[in-house]
Ligand binder design. Structure first.
Ligand SMILES: [Zn+2]
Length: 421
């Protein structure tokens, strides 16, 4: 097949679970049609296949992709929503109050029911060695069995405020306590007290704290917690290195699905550290998604949490301060942050910030954009795509990833992207 797009690397995510109730011929026809269209319209380079997809469908997609010159990646969720695995209660991250799993303050109302409950976002503590090794074994089996060209690691983080604002202060489990003592010679209980103090302070002195903050991170955490945060970053990076090393030993490439740069600190994704473990990074620069990792939902729930903690706050003052801190073009009303999202120019700002980092040499950055039309989550029109693609071109990114799902991605969006490439 003739290549139209010689300049940009294009990856697309795909999740076959929602068509697994179809008959075998229907499934294969659908997958074949979709992948061939993507090859034809955007000259697809890589298909990132959700690990929950049946082995039969994965094998089918691998064969099909091979025949079309498309690389396949196993899109693997590592610390939450793991395929064929239920997270044991005692392995879930624990916040400073002792709550495991999800918190309460500003928690996303669709948590647990999103996509029919298939995505729960209940995070495993990266320091729960036994549980991690169980997940690692499942992962290795899948990597071996499917023999894709690469792995695309997802859910490599701590919870965001969408899982409840209190969950930004995790993990305070026994294993974290031991590890922090052994490796850093520090007492976790000191950080528990600091988290508690700062949380109380956020209920009274929100404006003071925000006035001197220069990132989302510095609103949530006091300076004195820096070592604890570095401990979290290195805990995440250690797990990513472990999963990545296995793939690399098998000669496979590694891509990472990360929160967009300005949101990444709060979930302990250190781009510089993580860049050592991968070939490329997809920062999820979702300007219009009302789903986890999307700027609209993450910022909206962050603001809602601050308002819940301190109901006397003035909405306009709050959004104004957050606008100043993040440099993002935010609306004045908190509800509008969710409804209107952020400007597409965010792509350029985020890419510039990433370009200033000291990333491992040769690591490519492929911004992740939404290309879906999903009622209640995001409606990506041609107008938005036009702006997205302009920003990506201006950022000089070598490629991009289209999220989330080829099966439901509107054909007109793919065609539009193809024309503009
Ligand atoms: Zn822990």
């Amino acid at each position: 097949m003739e290549s139209k797009n010689k300049n940009k690397w294009i990856g697309i995510q795909v999740d076959t679970t929602k068509i697994e109730n179809y008959t075998r011929p229907q499934i294969e026809n659908e997958l074949k049609k979709r992948v061939e269209q993507a090859k034809e319209l955007v000259d697809l380079n890589a298909l990132l296949v959700w690990a929950h997809s049946s082995d039969e469908n994965c094998t089918f997609l691998k064969k099909l992709s091979d025949s079309l010159g498309i690389e396949t990646y196993l899109w693997y969720p590592v610390l939450a929503d793991i395929a064929d695995f239920t997270v044991p209660e005692d392995s879930k991250v624990e916040n400073f109050i002792g709550t495991k799993g999800w918190g309460e303050i500003g928690r996303w109302d669709k948590l647990g029911t999103y996509l029919g409950g298939r995505e729960k976002f209940e995070f495993v503590c990266p320091n729960k060695t036994k549980t991690i090794s169980e997940i690692y074994n499942l992962y290795k089996d899948k990597v071996d069995k499917l023999d894709f060209d690469g792995v695309f690691l997802d859910r490599i983080r701590f919870p965001s405020s969408a899982m409840g604002f209190e969950m930004l202060y995790t993990c305070f489990c026994k294993d974290c306590e031991n590890k922090l003592q052994e490796e850093w010679g520090e007492k976790l209980k000191n950080y528990r007290a600091m988290a508690n103090d700062h949380y109380l302070k956020l209920q009274k002195e929100t404006i003071n704290i925000m006035s001197s903050a220069d990132s989302l991170h510095s609103i949530v955490y006091p300076e004195a917690m820096q070592n604890f945060l570095r401990f979290r970053d290195s805990s995440v990076s250690r797990i990513v290195a472990m999963f990545s090393d296995y793939a690399r030993q098998k000669g496979k490439k590694v891509g990472l699905d990360l929160f967009s740069y300005s949101l990444a600190d709060n979930v302990s994704q250190d781009y510089e550290m993580l860049s050592k473990t991968c070939d490329w990074i997809k920062p999820m620069i979702y300007c219009h998604s009302k789903g986890p990792a999307g700027f609209p939902l993450e910022l909206y729930l962050f603001l809602r949490s601050l308002l819940t903690l301190n109901p006397r706050l003035d909405e306009k003052e709050l959004t104004g301060l957050l606008k100043k801190i993040t440099g993002l073009d935010l609306p004045k009303k908190v509800d509008d942050v969710l409804e209107k999202g952020v400007s597409e120019a965010t792509i350029m700002t985020e890419m510039e910030n990433i370009s200033r980092l000291n990333l491992s040499k040769g690591v490519a950055i492929y911004p992740g954009i939404e290309a879906m039309k999903m009622a209640g989550t995001c409606m990506i029109t041609e107008d938005i795509l036009e702006k997205y693609l302009k920003e990506i071109a201006a950022s000089k990114a070598q490629g991009m990833v289209l999220a989330w799902d080829l099966i439901e991605m509107p054909i007109e969006n793919l065609a539009f992207i193809g024309e503009r490439l």
